[in-house]
Design a protein around this ligand. Structure first.
Ligand SMILES: Nc1ncnc2c1ncn2[C@@H]1O[C@H](COP(=O)(O)OP(=O)(O)OP(=O)(O)O)[C@@H](O)[C@H]1O
Length: 261
């Protein structure tokens, strides 16, 4: 199997069973196309994070195939994985855990570009080889002032830290960013701002997103297509415009209560 040009990531019947016996991901097939946001919604324990880790090749799948732009992740060597990972970045729930507390923001931010010296993102033309200017530009893209470059993570709020991890994720111009509950640890007032920022960045950069959340309203705001996950399986999938259709699975209808009142 190979993925066509418009398909950034394809998974085919992937299954992940933990040694405890728990089947966390059960025969999940999905396609993420260029420039789109695919949303995955499900309650706690439905297998969303395990799916994200499988798609990032942080967990090995027991069955199935994962293809990232014509390259097989499920059989990739360590060296191949390193090169594939340049194209896929991730933002997780807890920004504090994603940033090294001993590193200044500039050093956390520049980690991917410092490591991948040959990458020259189009949006950094002119500044790529001036480290501080590049870092300033990245902070600007997530609407943070350049004075934060010399700060440590504990000096920033949760929302600001998440903006730094987003800037770091876009820094190497990935084709896909996997966002696993990126606003779940933030105050409600900050969540909307981060979602708006993510949406603007996607339009500006033309990156694809896999947006994972237990919050159907957030998934609906962000996504072009939505998949509903329950007990490791995809139980419903539809275009965001069909969210309120009578054809929705009863479980999806249960999740719709967030829009009531
Ligand atoms: N490392 C692990 N070892 C054993 N079981 C695990 C492990 N990680 C997750 N699980 C189990 O797999 C199932 C799916 O967990 P997962 O974290 O992927 O779900 P989730 O939808 O992301 O939930 P949450 O939003 O609460 O993190 C759960 O039953 C969980 O207890």
């Amino acid at each position: 199997m190979s993925t066509a040009g418009l398909e950034v990531l394809v998974s085919k019947n992937i299954t992940k069973q933990y040694s405890s016996g728990q089947i966390a991901v059960d025969q999940v097939s999905l396609v993420i196309k260029k420039d789109e946001c695919l949303g995955i919604v499900g309650e706690s324990g439905s297998g969303k994070s395990t799916l994200a880790r499988c798609l990032l090749a942080l967990e090995k799948v027991d069955q199935g195939e994962i293809w990232f732009k014509n390259k097989a992740l499920h059989t990739a060597s360590k060296e191949d994985l390193r090169s594939i990972r340049r194209g896929v970045q991730a933002v997780f729930q807890n920004p504090a855990a994603s940033l090294n507390p001993k590193l200044k923001i500039i050093d956390s931010l520049m980690e991917p570009l410092d490591f991948q010296k040959i990458i020259q993102p189009a949006f950094l033309i002119g500044t790529r080889h001036q480290r501080e200017k590049t870092a300033e530009h990245l902070l600007e893209m997530v609407e943070l002032p350049s004075k934060y470059l010399t700060c440590y993570p504990h000096e920033l709020s949760g929302g600001e830290k998440q903006r730094v991890t987003i800037a770091r994720a876009i820094s190497i111009e990935p084709s896909l960013i996997i966002l696993d509950e990126p606003t779940a640890s933030l105050d409600v007032s900050v969540q909307a701002k981060i979602l708006n920022l993510l949406k603007d960045l996607q339009q500006h950069l033309g990156v694809s997103y896999l947006f994972i959340s237990h919050d159907l309203a957030a998934v609906n705001f962000m996504s072009d297509r939505i998949m509903v996950m329950k007990q490791g399986q995809i139980v419903d999938q539809f275009s965001k415009y069909d969210l309120f259709s009578v054809k929705r699975n009863p479980y999806t209808k249960e999740l719709l209560h967030v829009f009531e009142g």
